[in-house]
Design a protein. Structure first.
Ligand code: KG4
Ligand code: ZN
Length: 363
C-alpha cells in the first residue's frame, strides 16, 4: 500500500514542509518547500533561537499550504502527518510539532513524531535505492556522529564529537574570517581558491574509536589568522583563502581517519559495506569527493543525498514518517518536543514487545 505523508521540519532555521509518496520502497517527492531564515540570522553570525521561533510562527501556515497545493493533493488523500519532534531549538520544534498535531487531529489522520537525525539518516533514500544496514556519517551544524544504521529505528552510535559539530566549526571559522553566514558554503568557496599550505592540528587522528573533536582546530584557526594580520589588523583575500583551504584539509584528514576506524568497528562486510554521508556539511563537494575516494579504495559503496536534501528539509521528515507508518508505528498526540534526543535511543519504539505503556513505544 502506498503511503502519502506530509512532513514538517522546524528544528533550526528552515521552515520546511513536503509531501512524499512511498510505494514498494520507492519514494517520490511531490513537493518540497523550504523557507530559509538566513537573512534574518545573518546579522548575528548564527541562529538566534527567539528569532527563529517567531519566523517559524510567521511562515509555517504558508509553507504547509504551499506544500499541499504543489503536491496536488487534498488533506483527505494523506495517510499521515509527520513532524520533527527533536532534537533542535525548542521554540522552533514546538511550532512544527503543534501544527502537525493540529492537522492530524483536524483531518483524522495518524501523527508520526520524527527524530530529526533519523530524517537525515534516511535522506539518501529519497532519490536512491539504499538497503539496510549501512554506516552513517552525520555531519551538520549541530551534530557530528558516526552511526551504524541496522534498520529503521535501530541505530548504534559508534562515535561522536566531544565538543563542536563539524558544521559549527565551519560556521565559526567563517565568522572569525568575516566571511558571512552560514559559513559552510563560504568557507568551501574560499578554500577552492586557496592553497592548504598552513599546518593545522588534526585532532583525534589515530586515537582508538572514532570520536571527533573540532574545538582545538577552531582555536588554531583563530591564532593562525591573528599571526597573518597586517599592521591594520586585516587579512588579505589570499590569506583568507589559504586559511580556509588549510582548515578544510585538516577537517577532511580527520573525517577520513575516523571513517577508516569506523569501517572496522561497524563489522559490516561484503555487500553490506555501504557508507552514507548526510547532513548540511554533506553538501561540501570537496568532502564528498574525498570520502567517495576513500570508499573506492576500501571497497565500500558510497551514498549521499542530493544536494537539496543535505540541509534541513521536510521531505526527509515525510519519508521517515512514511517508513514508520508502513511499519505500523504512529505517535501519540501527547508526544512532547525534545530539545535533546539521541538517535540510538529510538531503537525502543520498534521493539513492540514492550507495548505502548510507560516503558514502551511511546516513551
Ligand atoms: O543539516 P543542517 O542544514 O542543519 C542542522 O541540522 O544543523 O546543517 C547546517 C550546517 C551549517 O553549519 C552549515 O554551515 C553547514 O551545514 N554546511 C556546510 C556546507 N553547506 C552547509 N558545511 C561545509 N560545506 C558546505 N558546503
Ligand atoms: Zn539538520
Amino acid at each position: 500500500m502506498a503511503q502519502l505523508v506530509l512532513g514538517i521540519e522546524t528544528s533550526c532555521d528552515e521552515t520546511a514542509a513536503a509531501v512524499v509518496r512511498l510505494e514498494n520502497g520507492k519514494a517520490q517527492v511531490l513537493s518540497n518547500i523550504v523557507a530559509s531564515q538566513i537573512k534574518d540570522h545573518s546579522p548575528y553570525g548564527g541562529v538566534v533561537p527567539e528569532i527563529a521561533a517567531r519566523k517559524h510562527v510567521e511562515k509555517i501556515d504558508d509553507v504547509i499550504g504551499l506544500a499541499i497545493r504543489e503536491a496536488g493533493v487534498e488533506l483527505s488523500d494523506l495517510s499521515g502527518v509527520a513532524a520533527t519532534a527533536g532534537p533542535g531549538l525548542i521554540g522552533g520544534v514546538l511550532v512544527g510539532l503543534l501544527s502537525a498535531k493540529a492537522i492530524a487531529l483536524g483531518a483524522g489522520l495518524p501523527f508520526i513524531a520524527i527524530n530529526h537525525l533519523e530524517g537525515h539518516a534516511l535522506s539518501p533514500k529519497l532519490t536512491q535505492d539504499l538497503d539496510f544496514p549501512y554506516l552513517l556519517l552525520l555531519v551538520s551544524g549541530g551534530h557530528c556522529q558516526i552511526l551504524k544504521v541496522v534498520e529503521l529505528g535501530q541505530y548504534k552510535r559508534l562515535g561522536t564529537t566531544i565538543d563542536d559539530a563539524l558544521g559549527e566549526a565551519f560556521d565559526k571559522t567563517a565568522k572569525l574570517l568575516v566571511l558571512g553566514y552560514p559559513g559552510g558554503p563560504l568557507v568551501e568557496r574560499a578554500a577552492s581558491l586557496g592553497n592548504p599550505k598552513y599546518e593545522l592540528p588534526r585532532p583525534m587522528i589515530n586515537r582508538p574509536g572514532c570520536d571527533f573533536s573540532f574545538a582545538g582546530l577552531k582555536t588554531a584557526v583563530s591564532r593562525l589568522a591573528q599571526s597573518l594580520e597586517n599592521e591594520k589588523g586585516e587579512l588579505s583575500n589570499e590569506c583568507v583563502n589559504d586559511i580556509c583551504a588549510s582548515f578544510q584539509a585538516a577537517t577532511m584528514a580527520v573525517l577520513l581517519n575516523r571513517l577508516e576506524a569506523a569501517f572496522a568497528m561497524s563489522e559490516l562486510t561484503g555487500n553490506n559495506r555501504r557508507l552514507v554521508v548526510a547532513g548540511g556539511v554533506a553538501a561540501n563537494q570537496a568532502i564528498r569527493s574525498a570520502i567517495n575516494e576513500l570508499c573506492e579504495s576500501f571497497g565500500w559503496q558510497y551514498f549521499a543525498p542530493e544536494l537539496k536534501y543535505c540541509g534541513d528539509n521536510g521531505a526527509m521528515i515525510a519519508l521517515a514518517g512514511a517508513m514508520r507508518l508502513e511499519a505500523g508505528i504512529t505517535s501519540d498526540l501527547h508526544t512532547k518536543a525534545r530539545p535533546r534526543w539521541p538517535l540510538d535511543e529510538i531503537s525502543a519504539p520498534l521493539n513492540l514487545k514492550h507495548g505502548y505503556g510507560k516503558k514502551g513505544a511511546k516513551v
